[in-house]
Design a protein around this ligand. Structure first.
Ligand SMILES: [Ca+2]
Ligand SMILES: [Ca+2]
Length: 456
């Protein structure tokens, strides 16, 4: 399907199907919304097939709604991803490509998701990280983003402090009770909100931060992951040879990996990230138990996702900012009473900027005139529906990835390209972009690149 055909389908498809659905009649008029983010969580969850992750609560939640198994963040860094998600705007349309805090000036007319809920009679309660910075004034109530409980001799991973990399690039078990961690506080605050009686429907985002480094996590969450059991990615020695020079220079900062290997920290970092995910999954489970025990459970939409993925040594690379799968692929699970059925799995490409139009649709919010996403309503009703479009991910100015059912295509600002066949090469080792046999596939995917690219 080409781009024009998709636009026509998208305009008519979702609304028409939603209006004729037998399920919709049972949908609450103004459902509550719990919107859970795990900051910097990649696809290391059981329900996306990760062999080591321990995520029983995320997995159980996925089984109760629709699991979007090919979902991608539209940007691979906190602020650009959140600006995209909460206004349903592409980074290429706003010029918000980096974590520069000037983003409100770049998006002065954005109709932000929490504002829309407020204007439509919802109470808005925020636990933890949502915007960045926080914008506390826009919420009816909030649990502030506490500073992380830093150990006294930070860093404690065993790596020496270095100005060559991010100062929180650190990990280790800590002897701190769950509830004293900042994500533990966010969970408890959200649980308390679910135990209160509210006069109006509520929008409750919970931004867990424990999956964002530094991974200083309560010790017991390390115990199921003994170091000798940790599996590291199998990276070919010549992995970088077929990556364009622009990407090597900009996205493959070798200092991180060289330090991690030299200090024998690779397994420890992976172990700590798995512990962080397990800990945060436990908190998520407590919130879901509180919802179950509350009067709100049958009238509350729950969304679970992340803001972007993360590298832990794949491509001999760490952290975020790039366009490979480790950075773009994220969990997305939605359960909407009266709309979704348990056990739904949607395998087609999906973008996080579709979430806001979906909430507009399901919660009766005001239309968002400049939204670039489309409602997922039809796919929630019938997860087998193929929307016929790929996911578009942006990191820097004119640096984009297009991911369809099978391929991942990357084009950088200088015109250099990568193409990976996820069917035969899911870990993206072999760049096919120079092979003429794949030119027609590149041409097909390239038509989805944005026509407008606002300067940074
Ligand atoms: Ca983030
Ligand atoms: Ca390679």
């Amino acid at each position: 399907m080409n781009r024009r055909k998709f636009v026509n389908l998208a305009l008519g498809g979702s609304a028409a199907l939603a209006l004729t659905s037998p399920y919709l009649r049972a949908q609450p008029t103004n459902p509550n919304v719990i919107f859970v983010f795990m900051d910097d969580l990649n696809d290391w969850v059981g329900c996306l097939g990760h062999p080591q992750a321990i995520t029983p609560n995320i997995d159980a939640f996925a089984a109760s709604g629709v699991n979007f198994t090919n979902a991608h963040a539209n940007a691979t860094e906190c602020i650009p991803s959140r600006c995209s998600l909460f206004a349903s705007r592409r980074p290429s349309s706003t010029g918000v490509y980096s974590n520069n805090p000037d983003w409100p000036l770049r998006m002065p007319d954005a109709f932000w998701m929490p504002e829309n809920f407020t204007q439509n009679g919802y109470l808005t309660f925020r636990a933890g990280k949502f915007f960045h910075p926080s914008y506390n004034d826009i919420w009816d109530d909030f649990c502030p983003m506490n500073p992380a409980a830093k150990p006294p001799n930070f860093p404690i991973s065993g790596q020496p402090f270095s100005t060559d990399y991010y100062k929180y690039f650190d990990w280790a078990p800590v002897d701190v009770p769950d509830d004293n961690m900042r994500s533990g506080r966010y969970a408890n605050w959200a649980i308390q909100k679910l135990q209160e009686t509210h006069s109006d429907p509520f929008f409750l985002p919970i931004g867990f931060t424990s999956t964002h480094d530094a991974w200083h996590i309560p010790r017991r969450y390390f115990e199921p992951f003994p170091l000798e059991s940790i599996e590291l990615p199998d990276v070919p020695e010549d992995e970088w040879d077929d990556i364009p020079e622009f990407a090597r220079n900009r996205y493959l900062n070798p200092v991180y990996h060289q330090t991690v290997v030299k200090q024998q920290q690779w397994r420890k970092a992976v172990q700590a990230y798995l512990a962080a995910i397990y800990y945060t999954d436990t908190l998520f489970g407590r919130v879901m138990d509180a919802l179950e025990a509350s009067p709100y459970t049958d009238e509350t939409i729950v969304i679970f996702t992340s803001d972007h993925g993360l590298h832990l040594g794949e491509k001999f690379r760490w952290r975020k900012f790039a366009l490979w799968q480790e950075n773009t692929h994220v969990p997305l699970i939605i359960r909407a009473p009266g709309i979704t059925q348990p056990g739904g799995v949607h395998t087609h490409p999906t973008e996080l900027l579709d979430i806001y139009p979906t909430l507009v649709d399901l919660c009766g919010l005001s239309p968002v005139e400049d939204a670039e996403g489309v409602p997922l309503t039809s796919r929630l009703l019938d997860p087998t529906i193929d929307p016929g479009r790929p996911a578009l991910i942006t990191t820097d100015y004119q640096c984009h990835a297009v991911v369809d059912e099978r391929y991942g295509y990357i084009r950088y600002v200088d015109g250099s390209e990568e193409l990976y066949d996820h069917q035969t090469d899911p870990d993206e080792h072999i760049n096919l972009a120079g092979d003429p046999a794949y030119q027609s596939i590149i041409d097909e995917l390239a038509q989805w690149l944005p026509e407008v690219n606002v300067l940074p």
